[in-house]
Design a protein around this ligand. Structure first.
Ligand code: ATP
Length: 363
């Protein structure tokens, strides 16, 4: 490219430089603060999140190389975010609207599919209700909504009063699912903005009443759609589910990085399918139990607890009877309630820190 390249040319090359953790480019992630092109030189200012401090020089080299491809001489200034706080992604949706009456919105996410995210989201909502909280569950897993089957709402039609959707009320939990609005047989191809609009409507037009916790089942992964949906609601924090294998932890690490990038508090990590208990009571660590707890301590986030591979979890999910998980097996009940209680503690910590946060009064 000739040396009369423009700022747009520089931005186009910079959009090829990837955040090594989030696998997303530095332009989309709003890290590029300034680009000036003058006299054959491109001056680029980049704000690097604190989590990438070890990759600082590698990032600088990648940015220099990208600018160099335009034929301009690169001058790269790198600033770091001080607090470890990351910049919210640019091109993101408008600020999330509050849900009146809902005190805490808790997203449940996972770095990859099939790790038990929906199972955990639903059992958290049911468990919190059984512990006396007013709870709800919002199924945002637009790729494969499973809450309708797991909660048994698929037996009912969604009802509306004018433009307001009336949530289902089953097992002590208010529920709304994107599954109620899409046809099972015609999977839609969702893109970020489209998913954002439908999901936001679903969340804001449902009559939740007063809730202590609304648990949101996000789509799996860290792609555009989960990223967009994570910015759609005012989240109190996120819970991440992972299985014990090393590969699952790598995915979970990416999910942690995604929430941090969005400035969403990670309330904790849950290890699902942690071990298997056979009929004789012997426990088998099929996938290498304990990996998630180790990951939590490495990442400095709370470990909320683990769930065994338990045939009843699958049976009750297929039967749409989550209450049975708390009624038919003492050890399963103890695991689920333990996770719910630890989560409630973490939510209380966030409330406390929010109350303590300094406020600025402008006169
Ligand atoms: N600990 C467990 N023991 C037994 N079965 C489980 C356990 N966790 C999940 N399952 C079963 O595994 C299947 C997948 O679980 P689930 O739908 O919760 O995963 P997911 O991560 O939400 O998947 P997706 O990414 O497709 O949304 C379901 O049939 C569920 O009942």
């Amino acid at each position: 490219m000739p040396a009369d390249a423009t700022k747009q040319d520089v931005m186009a090359e910079l959009s090829q430089v990837m955040d090594p953790e989030l696998k997303r480019d530095v332009v989309t992630l709003n890290m590029v603060q300034r680009v000036d092109v003058r006299d054959g030189t491109a001056t680029v200012e980049v704000k690097l999140p604190a989590r990438l401090s070890k990759q600082r020089e590698a990032m600088r080299a990648a940015i220099r190389e990208a600018v160099g491809r335009t034929g301009l001489t690169p001058e790269v200034a790198m600033a770091s975010s001080l607090s470890g706080g990351e910049e919210p992604a640019s091109n993101g949706p408008a600020p999330a609207p509050a849900l009146p009456g809902v005190r805490h919105v808790i997203a449940v996410g996972a770095g990859k599919g099939g790790v038990g995210k929906s199972t955990l989201a639903l059992n958290l909502a049911v468990g919190l209700a059984r512990l006396g909280r007013k709870s709800g569950v919002l199924d945002g897993d637009i790729y494969g909504p499973s809450i309708p089957t797991m909660l048994g709402t698929d037996r009912y039609q969604v009802r509306a009063s004018g433009k307001t959707l009336i949530p289902f009320e089953l097992h002590g939990v208010k529920a709304m699912t994107i599954g109620a609005l899409v046809d099972d047989d015609k999977p839609l191809i969702w893109r970020g903005p489209m998913a954002h609009g439908a999901f936001q409507q679903l969340a804001t037009q449902t009559d939740w009443g007063e809730l202590d916790e609304l648990v949101v089942d996000l789509p799996p992964g860290t792609g555009d759609v989960p990223l967009t949906l994570s910015q759609t609601l005012p989240l109190t924090g996120a819970v991440i589910v992972c299985t014990p294998q090393k590969v699952a932890q790598d995915d979970a690490r990416r999910a942690i990085a995604m929430f941090r990038q969005l400035n969403v508090e990670v309330l904790g990590l849950v290890e699902n399918m942690s071990f298997f208990v056979c009929d004789h009571g012997t426990e088998y660590d099929l996938f290498g139990r304990g990996g998630a707890e180790l990951l939590a301590s490495q990442e400095g986030i709370p470990f909320l607890g683990s769930l065994p591979i338990h045939p009843l979890l699958r049976v009750h999910a297929d039967a749409g009877d989550p209450s049975a998980n708390f009624d038919r097996d003492e050890s399963l009940k103890a695991s689920l309630e333990g996770i719910c209680r630890t989560l409630m503690d973490q939510v209380a910590v966030v409330d406390l820190e929010g109350a303590r946060a300094p406020t600025l009064t402008v006169r």
